[in-house]
Write a protein that binds this ligand. Structure first.
Ligand SMILES: [Mn+2]
Length: 250
């Protein structure tokens, strides 16, 4: 039996325009990190932690200092923190890994944890279900496009990042009120079922959809939607070899 727990959270959207009190929002998530760090073997941040982010060679966006400080404190203490990029923070490059010590993932990760097989991803652009989105993503993840973009003055560049963030939001209208579309319509569920045809997975853990729920995707497989830190303040924890969705009360 493993006494140390493994935690997952996503979609904090630090700095999102609709959030009334940014300081309170940031502190709430930092309090959660504080509350889990003592019994955590690892922490997985599953994407869209920032509502937008673009980093230049010598410059990073203003703000988020309490969060960044907490990340550094946790990784300095020897607890691995995994940071998946989401569609809102695809432009995390090497600052968070070099300064805050997190392990950055840009692609889904399949790994065995305490004897169970996990498929971990932010959840955007999985498979070939949303061709329009996948095309946009291919542009925004293009190295040359990113290099060109980095030459735009940050006052304008960050504005463009903000635009992309707003566009993602409008398209899915998911930040400020999302509802589950049904097993037959959710791309993540369809994708998980595709994956299961190729390999056995016990748990899929995805963010992105801002719904907090567990869905059965096969006789032995579950998909956990992590919810968010705008409405749900939800997270998942691996404890005693099972996964549970929980809600943080600060
Ligand atoms: Mn997302």
């Amino acid at each position: 039996m493993n006494s140390k727990k493994i935690y997952f959270a996503s979609d904090v959207h630090l700095g999102a325009p609709g959030i009334k009190n940014h300081r309170e929002h940031e502190i709430r998530f930092v309090s959660w990190l504080d509350s889990v760090k003592n019994d955590a073997a690892e922490i997985y941040l599953m994407g869209d932690i920032f509502d937008f982010w673009f980093e230049y060679k010598k410059v990073v966006p203003r703000g988020f200092t309490r969060f960044l400080g907490k990340l550094s404190e946790i990784t300095d203490s020897g607890i691995p923190v995994h940071f998946f990029t989401g569609n809102h923070d695809i432009w995390v490059f090497n600052y968070l890994s070099s300064e805050c010590g997190v392990i950055v993932h840009r692609e889904p990760v399949v790994k065995t944890i305490y004897g169970k097989k996990y498929f971990l991803a932010h959840g955007d652009g999985l498979g070939n279900y949303d061709k329009h989105y996948n095309f946009l993503k291919s542009v925004f993840t293009n190295k040359f496009a990113q290099w060109l973009f980095s030459w735009i003055h940050p006052n304008f560049g960050i504005g463009l990042a903000d635009f992309w963030s707003g566009k993602s939001r409008d398209k899915n209208n998911k930040i400020y009120g999302s509802h589950y579309l049904g097993d037959d319509k959710e791309y993540s569920v369809l994708y998980a079922k595709d994956v299961l045809k190729e390999q056995a997975i016990d748990y899929f853990i995805f963010g992105h959809r801002h719904v907090a729920r567990t869905v059965s995707v096969g006789p032995e497989s579950q998909l956990i939607f992590l919810g968010d830190w705008i409405q749900h303040f939800s997270y998942a924890v691996i404890e005693n070899n099972s996964v549970e969705l929980k809600y943080f009360n600060s």
